[in-house]
Design a protein around this ligand. Structure first.
Ligand SMILES: *Cc1c(COP(=O)(O)O)cnc(C)c1O
Length: 460
């Protein structure tokens, strides 16, 4: 054993470095409710501490962890706390962080049954549970990817394979040059990740047939043209601004009659389906062909966790084949068949733990609470003079003041207070403030405190 090996073995066995990491993490958790939700200028500037040339000699593990904690922890976004309302990021259920620690030590390569039987098993279990709580057709399969962007990519690749295959064209072998032309239909409110994905798959955004959407960002169903078996339609469960849902039943019925493919981007919204009081929002979603959803947003698993679910297993697996050869199913699940990656993080572990811990009732309760807190915000902010721009059907609250300059000032005031964090957005050409409630930790007091802050901001 050389000196470095000896040192690492020592560090592995005496576990001081792990104790150190744990102590720092506990300190972080204990301070989460009081820390700046967005780091101070000073703490951001201190990040330059990391901007150094790679030194020649190896260090002690503790020196590395110390640097990360000293300059990294204070420069984090307090996303696991109760007052981060930016984007649609989501907190992390404690047990999911606990199992992540344990499974980080396992360091499993999640690609094959042979490289991680436990991951293959938990992917299987998650697939079954997801089909159950989303009420999806029994033939549906799931792949576990880094997020909804990647899940959209997989779903659209499956659609491309499936539609072209039915038209007698093997896109895997022949590529897109000379292929029958597919029609991509989307409304203006599709998420940026969908546009990015279409580009990556060789469908330029210029080739999309754009459809109109209404004041909430929902597809205008009457504007859907006559469909045929060359069509891929993109729908959305949960608009990133308004939280609105498209009308799945009508569009899926039309598409299914015509042999078209419907993909639903449901990054955060799809979870509405798993609740009692909000499932009406996602009515008819089971009639689609593929669904993309995140664990790391509404379900509050740690990053990263996205899921592609597809009712045509052959299409998904064929589209993601690295060899292009016919599929070899092993006796057990081989996770790489359902994802673009080969080696991959065993992220189903945290997804499994989160669902197992919460159970169906816990998932329902957590997600319904996001909605209740969003309604509390809507009411409180409305009372103090903000305009509520959207119908608060789920967890998103979109607000503005009477004039755009003032709205910008409010954003600045709130962000600089560091008591909570919300982002600006534009909605139908106007400056708005987007508030997303999606952390299990957000309680009534967090919302009251946030409303008081907005009151100070609008009066300022
Ligand atoms: C967040 C989001 C995405 C992208 O998901 P990632 O997990 O960030 O890759 C796609 N669509 C919608 C509607 C989203 O909210």
């Amino acid at each position: 054993m050389n000196k470095l090996q000896k040192q690492m073995k020592q560090e592995f066995e005496d576990k001081e470095l792990f104790d150190q990491a744990r102590d720092y993490a506990y300190e972080y958790i204990d301070g989460i409710e009081d820390m700046d939700v967005f780091p101070s200028q000073h703490n951001l500037e201190s990040l330059t501490n990391f901007d150094e040339p790679l030194q020649q000699k190896s260090l002690q593990a503790k020196e590395v962890i110390n640097q990360l904690h000293s300059f990294g922890s204070p420069a984090t976004i307090a996303q696991i706390g109760g007052r981060y309302f930016g984007f649609v990021n989501g907190g992390a259920v404690p047990v999911s962080l606990g199992v992540k620690w344990l499974s980080d030590i396992w360091d499993q390569c999640g690609g094959l049954y042979l490289t991680s039987p436990i991951n293959a098993m938990l992917e299987d279990v998650c697939e079954k549970w997801l089909k159950d709580i989303f009420n999806l057709p029994k033939e549906t399969v799931a792949g576990f990817v880094s997020g909804t962007s990647m899940a959209n990519l997989c779903g659209l690749a499956a659609a491309r394979f499936h539609l072209l295959n039915k038209l007698g064209w093997d896109v895997h072998k022949k590529g897109l040059n000379g292929a029958p032309k597919l029609r991509i239909l989307a409304h203006e409110q599709v998420h940026a990740s969908v546009k990015k994905t279409l580009g990556m798959l060789g469908f330029g955004t210029n080739s999309i047939e754009w459809l109109p959407s209404d004041s909430q960002g929902r597809l205008v169903v009457d504007a859907v043209p006559k469909l045929d078996d060359h069509c891929l339609i993109l729908l959305q469960a949960g608009n990133v601004n308004t939280g609105a849902f498209d009308d799945f039943t009508k569009v899926c019925d039309l598409a299914n009659q015509a042999g078209a493919w419907v993909h639903i981007d449901g990054a955060f919204g799809l979870w509405a389906r798993t609740t009692t009081s909000l499932s009406y929002l996602a009515k008819g979603m089971e009639k689609a062909s593929s669904w993309a959803v995140d664990g790391h947003k509404t379900l509050n698993t740690p990053y990263d966790s996205g899921i592609i679910m597809c009712r045509y297993p052959d299409a998904l697996v064929s589209a993601l084949q690295s060899t292009g050869e016919y599929i070899i199913y092993s006796e057990h699940r081989d996770p790489l068949l359902y994802t673009p990656e080969m080696s991959k993080r065993s992220r189903a572990i945290e997804l499994w733990a989160t669902m197992k811990y919460l159970g169906k009732d816990g998932i329902d309760q957590m997600i319904t609470t996001f909605h209740q807190r969003a309604k509390q915000l809507e009411e409180g902010l409305g009372k103090i003079g903000f305009k509520i721009i959207n119908e608060v059907v789920f967890n998103q609250v979109l607000i503005a003041t009477d004039n755009e300059e003032k709205t910008k000032q409010v954003i600045k005031y709130v962000q600089e207070s560091r008591e909570c964090w919300v982002g600006g957005s534009t909605w139908q050409g106007k400056q708005v403030i987007r508030i997303s409630v999606c952390s299990w930790m957000t309680n009534e007091q967090d919302i009251e405190r946030t409303i008081s802050l907005f009151e100070k901001a609008i009066k300022n």
